[in-house]
Design a binder for this molecule. Structure first.
Ligand SMILES: CC(C)=CCC/C(C)=C/CC/C(C)=C/CC/C(C)=C/[C@@H]1[C@@H](COP(=O)(O)OP(=O)(O)O)[C@]1(C)CC/C=C(\C)CC/C=C(\C)CCC=C(C)C
Ligand code: MN
Length: 389
């Protein structure tokens, strides 16, 4: 499967970054969640612009795009016409491309795949197409061929991304995503930013503070939330602002990635994602991580890290009920399952060096009906009152 996933072709394109791309339109006070979380971490909110501010600009831009859906539909028509005039009107091929995406998703993320089966067929296959693109991108730096990946290869991958967004897909998986982005108000920016996250993984192995880590988490995981919401859809009865739903989606990505980092401490091939300043404040260093000894200092450090990850999950929870009803169940399921990895780290006595934190089959099994129960609860009336006030 990895061979298929790692097919990187075509010439260079310069790296793009969200840094400095957009005008300054927000301040920490206007931000929804993590100024609180950043404050908790002791991170200084940079008087220039914190990562949170930069990322929030992307959130605002994505939320605004939903309002431009009609333009997107017109674009979709253009593409359909192009396919027909070029004699490529083979809908069977497109269906097959989506089916293949579904197969990859089922292989790599079984529980999530089952959840997507509850969505409408249109939405489900669009989520699969996004999933496959993300998985392939992640495999570039995390998969078996990671040691051969260069910045140039990532530039080529990004060029290929631009091509597929412009209706020139390179292979079947790209063709599925190319179709998806014409049907939903999905913007290229979060995709580009995920590639930027992969570039960071190639060149950076230490994060000085939480601000730096936050940006990395946005690149590799917060982006997934921003890509997914336009497809999953916001419930028509929701009175929450679009921006707040995107913010929750971003929070879920960040929470997942922080959890991933805490679970995988010690397995990161020389990379240390934990903020250096927080390690130092706790009297710890990289060597303590490489030695892998569970000490009192380590345990109390981990408690703080877990607390922060949970705060991001709490933020994410606020948005799930605002999603379209059929999308809520898989999101709740993934949130509850991932969140329990934090409980597992605690249950292991914070020994993430010799014990892998995982959620057992029984717990997974119990989580699914719990997620279902939460999913049937729609947009909160409370949100409605707050927004109307
Ligand atoms: C319902 C749901 C979860 C939808 C998301 C579907 C989707 C497009 C997933 C792509 C995931 C992916 C392959 C990302 C690539 C980068 C990556 C691997 C990130 C890590 C995921 C965990 O994977 P794993 O444990 O396998 O990690 P390893 O590679 O093995 O180290 C991440 C930790 C992040 C994934 C981020 C999300 C799933 C964000 C989900 C957010 C939403 C779906 C938004 C929901 C909306 C609201 C309002 C809360
Ligand atoms: Mn990975």
């Amino acid at each position: 499967m990895s061979g298929v996933l790692l097919w990187v072709v075509s010439p260079k394109e310069n790296a793009s970054s969200l840094l400095g791309l957009m005008p300054r339109i927000c301040t920490p006070r206007r931000l929804g969640f993590s100024s609180r979380v950043l404050a908790y971490s002791g991170a200084v909110v940079n008087p220039a612009r914190s990562s949170e501010e930069k990322v929030y600009e992307v959130v605002l831009k994505q939320a605004a795009l939903v309002k431009e859906q009609s333009t997107v539909k017109r674009k979709s028509l253009d593409l359909d016409e192009r396919i027909v005039t070029e004699g490529l009107d083979n809908w069977d091929l497109l269906d097959k491309a989506y089916d293949r995406c579904g197969e990859v998703c089922a292989e790599y993320a079984k529980t999530f795949y089952l959840g997507t089966l509850l969505m409408t067929p249109e939405r489900r296959r669009a989520v699969w197409a996004i999933y496959v693109w993300c998985r392939r991108t992640d495999e570039l730096v995390d998969g078996p061929n990671a040691s051969y990946i260069t910045p140039k290869a990532l530039d080529r991958w990004e060029k290929r991304l631009t091509d597929l967004f412009e209706g020139r897909p390179y292979d079947m998986y790209d063709a599925a995503l190319s179709d998806t982005v014409t049907k939903y108000p999905v913007d290229i920016q979060p995709f580009r930013d995920m590639v930027e996250g992969m570039r960071l993984d190639l060149r950076k192995s230490r994060y000085q503070n939480f601000d730096e880590l936050y940006l990395y988490c946005y690149y590799v995981a917060g982006t997934v939330g921003l890509m997914s919401v336009p497809v999953m859809g916001i419930c028509p009865e929701s009175s929450a602002s679009t921006e707040s739903v995107y913010n929750a989606a971003l929070a879920l990505g960040i929470a997942n990635q922080l959890t991933n980092i805490l679970r995988d401490v010690g397995e990161e091939r020389g990379r240390v994602y934990l903020p250096q300043d927080e390690l130092a404040q706790a009297g710890l260093s990289d060597d303590d991580i490489f030695r892998g000894k569970v000490t009192d200092k380590w345990q109390s450090f981990m408690k703080g890290q877990i607390k922060r990850a949970r705060m991001f999950f709490d933020e994410a929870e606020k948005g799930v009920s605002e999603l379209n009803s059929a999308s809520r169940w898989p999101v709740w399921a993934s949130l509850l399952l991932y969140r329990q990895i934090l409980d597992a780290i605690e249950a292991n006595g914070f020994d993430n060096f010799t014990k892998r934190a995982y959620v057992g089959k029984a717990k997974k099994f119990v989580s699914l009906p719990v997620a279902y129960g939460r999913a049937i609860i729609g947009p909160s009336k409370l949100t409605k009152q707050l927004v109307l006030r």
